[in-house]
Design a protein around this ligand. Sequence first.
Ligand code: ZN
Length: 107
Amino acid sequence: MPYKRKNRGRKKGRSPGRVKYVSCAYCGARIPEDKAVKRVYWRAPVSGSIAKELAAQGTLIATQRKTVYYCIRCAMFLGIVKIRPRDERKKIPEELMEKRLRRIIGI
Ligand SMILES: [Zn+2]
């Protein structure tokens, strides 16, 4: 059976059976961890402009590590994950393409 994605959208082959569920940071959907898009951010407790001023004066600012999970829909919407270029995507066999065209034309 042909699959749309090479890994069926998950890292299930490499992960040990059942995986824990995580919540999407944007919409709150519950998704398996191996399917989610994981991003790690280092954030300072102060805003960017203040942090720059303090750094210029030679102050060390402590940063916090924050792990965020996104569901695939939100990752696409926010531009974190992008679709592959057309030529990198799976190629449709010519026979199948002809069949599809015939169906559209109505022969
Ligand atoms: Zn989401």
